[in-house]
Design a protein around this ligand. Structure first.
Ligand code: GLN
Length: 541
């Protein structure tokens, strides 16, 4: 039966709870255990799919088509375990479940209440499908004390009680700030945060304390005393130069060892070779390439979390550091693109939504195509490449996407029907915003002999999607005549999945999001190949 590790946070948000959970998962895995990670999000949206990237950062999509919190991306990158719909739930979805059960008469006339009905639904979610794992790590979003979080904290408290101390462990992440004027580290916020947790009945077993400065032994003892934990369970988590250092640093600070001790397990040490090699590649690159990422949500780095990680992974594979220039596409509405793109070795246009900034992206594609700079278009980036080629190569004036109105040539358009296996799925323009996209893993067939087939080393792939609009097949023949060719199709041959230009060092646009499946220890072939092309380019400029 699975043992449960709950990870909560206190003091402030953004301390890296997701990363800490992912790193702990990686450490347990490196000791030979089977792990699974889950995230409980106390906000009321049913899922993060309808939230703006400015609000919430990236929406991470799983193989089974769930739109989830970006922490699931960390979990997958650190453990390689694919997550699913059943690994992320929000308060909104929990309430939706409870309320629809109530409407169906499922509570047999009883008064429906937070305790026990909402808490039971949370517990059901946490415990579902955990039979085959050794450890389930379950992160609670937000910080202790948030009103919305209370039912979740109550539910995990109950689970701790029901399953017993030898099957549950509570980890609490806090901040130990350094006060410049006093020249001191302060433990009080941690004390208060733990007091809050204990007030709702949860005694943490292990404290992970984020700090810019080393936490001296005395301070650790003080925290231990006030928070009622053993001193060796006060684990310092200092700032790191790369997130991939987290597993080995946390291990050396005793994190996984103390967690296992809570369960009474004395296991042999983890094998950290994989992580040491990733860190040494990242710290000792043989060169550097500059990639321009032309986006819209660039102020919020979390909006492109998986993308920047995938580029970093491509760098690991090529032994170079990938320097990313985050460029707001609207700049190209005003200035000549060349100034910003002259010295870059690759241009990437990532996914996006809406009209703002699109003309700038189209200009950046044109620059990449004409100046033969490696170009990678992802989802909306593919759409921009198709519009650019339609207008500037095929002479289709007024080519555009129906996402932004009614263009004269709708080269990107809404497809109302597509096949998933034997099933026909439909999409309705006036339907709900949530869950109306082509979401999750779809297979694609690559054209033998194409550039992408060479990059992947196979002609059958499966990648994750998240979009409403598609390349309009009515225009693909005309685009091919001008050099932009479909080189990957949905298996039924109805939806273009990949397009490329042969007469160019590296020009590939994909309808899906390859960045979601890249791992530091298994960089995605498209990113490996794109960065390799950028290395070639860096030798030219
Ligand atoms: N806005 C486009 C669509 O909905 C592309 C989405 C994306 O880039 N993920 O089809």
């Amino acid at each position: 039966m699975a043992r449960l590790i709950f990870i909560t946070g206190g003091v402030v948000s953004s301390l890296g709870k997701g990363l800490a959970s992912a790193a702990l998962g990686a450490l347990l895995q490196a000791r030979g255990y089977k792990v699974r990670l889950r995230k409980l999000d106390p906000y009321l949206n049913v899922d993060p799919g309808t939230m703006s990237p400015f609000q919430h950062g990236e929406v991470y999509v799983t193989d089974d088509g769930a739109e989830t919190d970006l922490d699931l991306g960390h979990y997958e990158r650190f453990t390689g375990v694919s997550s699913a719909q059943s690994d992320n739930v929000t308060a909104g979805r929990i309430y939706q479940t409870v309320i629809s059960r109530e409407r169906r008469g499922g509570y047999l006339g009883r008064t429906v209440q937070v305790i026990p009905h909402v808490t039971d639904a949370i517990k059901e979610f946490v415990m579902a499908d955990t039979g085959d794992v050794d450890f389930l790590l379950c992160e609670i979003g937000g910080t202790v004390g948030d009103i919305e979080g209370l039912p979740f904290f109550e539910a995990i408290r109950q689970l701790g009680n029901e399953l017993g101390r030898d099957r549950t462990c509570f980890v609490h992440l806090t901040l130990v700030p350094y006060i410049e004027t006093a020249g001191e580290l302060k433990t009080k916020p941690t004390q208060h945060s733990v007091r809050e947790l204990r007030a709702i009945g949860i005694q943490p077993d292990v404290l992970l304390c984020r700090s810019h400065h080393a936490i001296p032994e005395d301070e650790r003892r003080k925290i231990a005393l006030f928070c009622n934990v053993r001193p060796e369970c006060v684990i310092p988590a200092l700032d790191l130069s790369t997130i991939y250092e987290a597993p080995s640093h946390y291990h050396h600070a005793g994190f996984d060892t103390q967690v296992l001790r809570v369960f009474g397990i004395d296991a042999p040490p983890p094998d950290l070779t994989r992580w040491d090699s990733i860190v040494s590649h990242l710290k000792n690159p043989e060169g550097e390439v500059r990639i321009a990422v032309i986006g819209k949500y660039i102020q919020v780095k979390d909006s492109y979390k998986s993308l920047s990680e995938a580029l970093t992974h491509g760098g690991i594979a090529n032994n170079v550091r990938v320097h990313m220039d985050w460029i707001d596409s609207e700049i190209f509405d005003r200035d000549d693109a060349a100034v910003y793109l002259e010295n870059v070795h690759g241009i990437l246009v990532p996914g996006g939504f809406g009209e703002r900034g699109t003309e700038g992206k189209i200009r950046a594609v044109q620059f990449a195509r004409e100046r033969k700079v490696p170009f990678f278009g992802i989802c909306y980036g593919l759409h921009m490449a198709v519009i650019e080629a339609a207008r500037n190569l095929a002479g289709l004036e007024g080519a555009g996407t129906t996402e932004n109105g009614s263009p004269r040539h709708p080269v990107i358009a809404l497809m109302t029907e597509w096949a998933k296996g034997n099933q026909v799925e439909t999409r309705d323009e006036s339907g709900d915003m949530g869950g109306t996209m082509r979401l999750g893993a779809y297979p694609a067939a690559l054209t033998p002999g194409s550039h992408v087939a060479e990059v992947y080393g196979t002609t059958e792939i499966s990648e994750r999607h998240r979009h409403r609009y598609e390349v309009n097949v009515g225009y693909t023949r005309q685009l091919a005549e001008h050099g932009l060719v479909v080189s990957g199709w949905s298996p039924d041959g109805r939806l273009p999945e990949i397009m490329e230009i042969a007469d160019h060092p590296w020009f590939i646009g994909v309808q899906f999001h390859p960045e979601l499946k890249s791992r530091p220890f298994a960089p995605h072939p498209l990113f490996t190949s794109f960065v390799a092309a950028a290395v070639q380019q860096s030798r030219l400029v």
